[in-house]
Design a binder for this molecule. Structure first.
Ligand SMILES: Nc1ncnc2c1ncn2[C@@H]1O[C@H](COP(=O)(O)OP(=O)(O)OP(=O)(O)O)[C@@H](O)[C@H]1O
Ligand SMILES: [Mg+2]
Length: 367
């Protein structure tokens, strides 16, 4: 499946535009502020109910015109699903398949992986942003994984509410203490499942991650890896049973602190994930270009692993991927992208970046 064509009507800064794409590489080139990222965003919205950037109600509707709606119409090269439309009204979003109202579920055959300047925060940023990127990867793989993630979030919320309500004296300590064991049992179960899934994903994408990094960074010497730590202990090889036992022990140890603090102090929402380069934490030791290559390699590994599991490729959206990469790394990156079997959309302000794409690249000047 690939996206053949897109029509943008009053979408962001586009009044009416139509683009017919290559099934290989599509390059949006143009100066700052002309709509390259908007175009990627319109493609991303075919795969997700929310944008990859912060949005406000009505932000998708062109504000230089009188229009009170905007729409994205996509034609797909696909057997059963060929025309999709999203209609944005001020606070509403409506989905259509072959011109008939539909739910977003029908759109879910389009998968997109996005790399943008904010992706760098997954290496540089907080522990939460690292957990988030791994959870995004695991949720994108299957509905079952998504369910495990959602179940954990739900039970965490319930457990936190119990501690909070008790702290605020909305329920008595005696009553809360009676409710806690059954919640703990479900919590430990869901937490161990999610942690185990994270560890599995990290193991399964490691080979792709290393190969991609070596190809783009054109070195066999740099070893890249992940570290998963639970309460400061390296847990990369733990089994689900071991995770569960450890959690039980920690819950006992932290019981007084959790009541006092009013929320859950142990569990996957507190685990640490780090990216390693030659054994050192990339957050502190790797250069800006190395960090960028790391996270780009992670996104490409996600795509490859998705193919291994689902036998179809997600589309790849690369926003401003080349900045901070030196000339040689850019050349290796382009060579690498040229050999990928998925449909790629990328933006650049730098016309020089286009050298090396050869026949596979279709260029769109956005001005
Ligand atoms: N609802 C809207 N109506 C009209 N214009 C909009 C709307 N939303 C955003 N824009 C405009 O779109 C432009 C930003 O587009 P975009 O972020 O796609 O630029 P870009 O080409 O990616 O630039 P850069 O190279 O700096 O990343 C801005 O000029 C912004 O004002
Ligand atoms: Mg942009």
């Amino acid at each position: 499946m690939f996206i053949e064509n897109i029509d943008l009507v009053y979408f962001r800064n586009f009044i009416k535009k139509s683009y017919t794409f290559s099934k290989d590489i599509n390059i949006f080139v143009g100066p700052n502020g002309k709509g390259k990222t908007n175009l990627l965003e319109s493609l991303y919205l075919l795969s997700s109910t929310s944008s990859f950037r912060i949005t406000t109600p009505g932000c998708f509707i062109n504000n230089n015109s009188e229009s009170n709606y905007s729409s994205i119409i996509a034609k797909l090269n696909n057997k059963s699903l060929t025309e999709l439309r999203i209609l944005f009204e001020e606070n509403k979003k409506k989905y259509f398949v072959h011109n008939k109202p539909s739910s977003f579920k029908k759109f879910q055959s389009i998968k997109a992986i996005v790399f943008n300047p904010e992706s760098l925060y997954s290496v540089k940023g907080s522990s939460e942003s690292k957990r988030q990127i791994i959870d995004e990867i695991l949720c994108s793989m299957s509905l079952n994984n998504n369910e495990i993630y959602i179940n954990f979030k739900k039970i965490l919320k319930q457990r936190n509410a119990l501690f909070f309500d008790c702290k605020k004296e909305k329920i008595t300590y005696e009553k809360a203490k009676l409710l806690k064991p059954s919640l703990d049992e479900i919590f430990i179960n869901c937490a161990a499942q999610l942690t185990n899934l994270r560890l599995e994903i990290l193991k399964n994408i490691h080979g792709f991650f290393q190969d991609t990094f070596s190809s783009i960074y054109h070195t066999k010497k740099a070893k890249v890896d992940f570290n998963y730590t639970i309460s400061s202990i390296k847990a990369n090889d733990w089994t689900e049973g071991e995770i569960s036992l450890f959690l039980k022990h920690k819950i006992k140890e932290k019981e007084a602190a959790e009541w006092a603090y009013g929320s859950s102090l142990v569990g996957p929402h507190k685990h640490e994930i780090s990216f390693l380069m030659n054994g050192e934490d990339a957050r502190y030791y790797s250069s800006q270009g190395q960090q960028k290559t790391l996270i780009l390699s992670l996104k490409i590994s996600q795509m490859m692993y998705y193919y291994e599991v689902n036998k179809s490729y997600p589309i790849l959206l690369l926003d401003d991927v080349h900045s901070e990469l030196d000339y040689t790394v850019r050349q290796y990156l382009m060579r690498f992208l040229n050999n990928l079997k998925t449909q790629i959309f990328l933006t650049t302000t730098d016309i020089q970046f286009l050298e090396g794409f050869g026949k596979k690249g279709k260029i769109f000047t956005i001005k």
